[in-house]
Structures are given as C-alpha cells and as structure tokens.
Unconditional design. Structure first.
Lengths: 115, 113
C-alpha cells in the first residue's frame, strides 16, 4: 500500500523567498512521484514528475523536486516565490511497474505568498 | 495543449436522485480515472478504466457508482441514488502508457441537498 504525508497544511512565504513544500511517501515498490498544483476553482495541473533516472526533476513555473530514496522524500522547491504561486500543492505517489497508475495523494499544502 | 473536459462544472441534485457526470478525455489516451475531493480533504481515487472495463476501484466506489465509455469519446460517472456525503468535487483524468502523470479535468462540483 502507498501513502503520502505532506508536512504543513499551510505554508506562508514572502514574495522572493524560497519555497519549500515537504512530501514523504511510503511505497512497497519503487515509486513514481508527482507534484500537482490546484489554483482556486480549477483542476489539478501537473507540476513535475519523477519516474526513473535523474533524481532532481524540473517542472513548470520554476519548481523542482528531488527524489531521495534514503529519506523517502520528494520535497518541492522554488528559489524565489511569486505572487502567482499562491495555490494548493499536492504530492502524489504511484507504483512503478503497475498497469494502472493509480495515484495516492497527500492532503495538500496551501501556499500563500505575501507581498 | 490537449485538455480533459468535464461537464457540468457545477451540479445540484436532491438526495436520492441519479446524476451523471460527463468527461471527454484526451483522444489518444488509454487510461481513464475518476477521483473525488470532499471539501477540505484529500483527493481520493474512485475508479480506473482501461480497455473498456474497470481495472481497479476503491472501497468508496460501491454499487451506487458506475462508469461507462459509451461512444469511444465520452467517459461518464453515474451515481444511482445520491447521498448527502456524495457532495464533492469530482475529477476525471486520462493518461497514456507513455506519459506517467495524467491530465485532470477542471472538475464537477456536485452538491447533494
């Protein structure tokens, strides 16, 4: 069984500051890992994903995440926050090698960006 | 960029009524999904659909729920007799074998009164 824990349901940063959203996962097989963003009243947009290969993955809007197997983590970072980054962010895990690609989501982290 | 389209965006229904939520997945995708998000809670998997049949379903997806791909383009979720606790945002998603990480639609907000 898979699970995702997102530490911090709400993170607040100043514009221009570093964004760090934490995600830890549990999976019995090598995971595929994802970050999705949800803007108010919109659907889920894929930010980035890790499947295999390079453990540092870059996504849209300047975000990146690093897969650390030893720490079972996949934290999301952005060097400099922008007002438009305010949204809810969801980490998700899927089992590699499966035929289904079912996603298990974390509870989400609401990011607010202060001017 | 290809999109997953969901209709309606918001539906209000009376308890006990049947509802059908509609989705048009991306045309060359093979895997189809429904997820739901109760207000303030996490996004939960409901069902996956591949090769014209359900490949996996969660414990939430009981006999009141069904899915169909009636015409090769639409993908529908039917709730036979809605309950108050079915009130949620329902997301459709589609994916291909070569592109891990699906594309989600913008959701249908279902309100059961």
């Amino acid at each position: 069984a898979q699970s995702v824990t997102q530490l911090g349901s709400h993170v607040s940063v100043s514009e221009g500051a570093l964004v760090l959203l934490r995600c830890n996962y549990s999976s019995s097989v090598p995971p595929y890992l994802f970050w999705y963003v949800q803007y108010p009243n919109q659907g889920l947009q894929l930010l980035l994903k890790y499947t295999t290969g390079a453990t540092l993955v870059k996504g849209i809007n300047g975000f990146e995440a690093e897969f650390k197997k030893s720490e079972t983590s996949f934290h999301l970072t952005k060097p400099s926050a922008h007002m438009s980054d305010a949204a809810e962010y969801f980490c998700a895990v899927s089992e590699s090698g499966g035929s289904n690609y079912k996603l298990t989501f974390g509870k989400g982290t609401l990011l607010t960006v202060n001017p | 960029e290809p999109e997953v389209t969901q209709t309606p965006s918001h539906q209000v229904t009376q308890m006990g009524q049947e509802v059908i939520l509609r989705c048009v997945p991306i045309s060359n995708h093979l895997y189809f999904y429904w997820y739901r998000q109760i207000l303030g809670q996490k996004v939960e998997f409901l069902v996956s659909f591949y090769n014209n049949e359900i490949s996996e379903k969660s414990e939430i997806f009981d006999d009141q729920f069904s899915v169909e791909r009636p015409d090769g383009s639409n993908f529908t979720l039917k709730i036979r007799s809605t309950k108050l606790e079915d009130s949620a945002m329902y997301f459709c998603a589609s994916g291909s074998t070569a592109n891990y990480g699906y594309t989600f639609g913008s959701g249908t907000r279902l309100t059961v009164v």
